[in-house]
Design a protein around this ligand. Sequence first.
Ligand code: 5GP
Ligand code: MG
Length: 188
Amino acid sequence: MGSESDMERILFSESDIAKRVSDLAAEISADLSSGADGVVFVGVATGAFLFIADLVRRIHAPITIDFIRAESYGSGTESCGEVRISCDLKVDVTGKHVVLVEDIVDTGKTLSHLISYLKKKGVSSVSVCALLDKPSRRKVEVKLVGSGKFYSGFECPDYFVVGYGMDYAELYRNLPYVGILKSEMYTK
Ligand code: 5GP
Ligand code: MG
């Protein structure tokens, strides 16, 4: 349990991810250099921890980094819909440009909740940088704030995926690639 033999197949390899993260960092850096200061990268814990670590080390600008924790999933593979912020920011984001870094956007409920939460805190803008996007599963439109942009790493087919930060029952987060979990791993 927790290893490569639990995968149906690998969807994005370690080198696929490294290349895409580097391109995303270049794109974001170019946008940052066009004026914005006071940029805060906010990782959505725990799933975004590897992604944000790899992303920010390629951003050559004075940024701050923080984490926020939102709970919506139990230990299954389907969201329960309710989103709750269970660990708040340390950094004051009032008047700041926030880049919300997320592992995957599925129904969009988690991100929408986080964005309205940040908006209430008086941020100047909210961008989203998601490693994976499952647009076919979207239930709510993700509305950015101010000059915010949506950056997405890869479009993800409608499978339950794990690795590179993403878990099933808190396992598989340390895998360096994104893979499709064998369905017998969560149906037995
Ligand atoms: P949403 O609120 O957009 O439905 O779901 C967002 C959260 O659900 C993601 O941040 C992620 O934690 C979790 N999630 C959605 N799809 C997957 C998936 O295929 N695999 C894993 N491990 N988590 C997922
Ligand atoms: Mg997440």
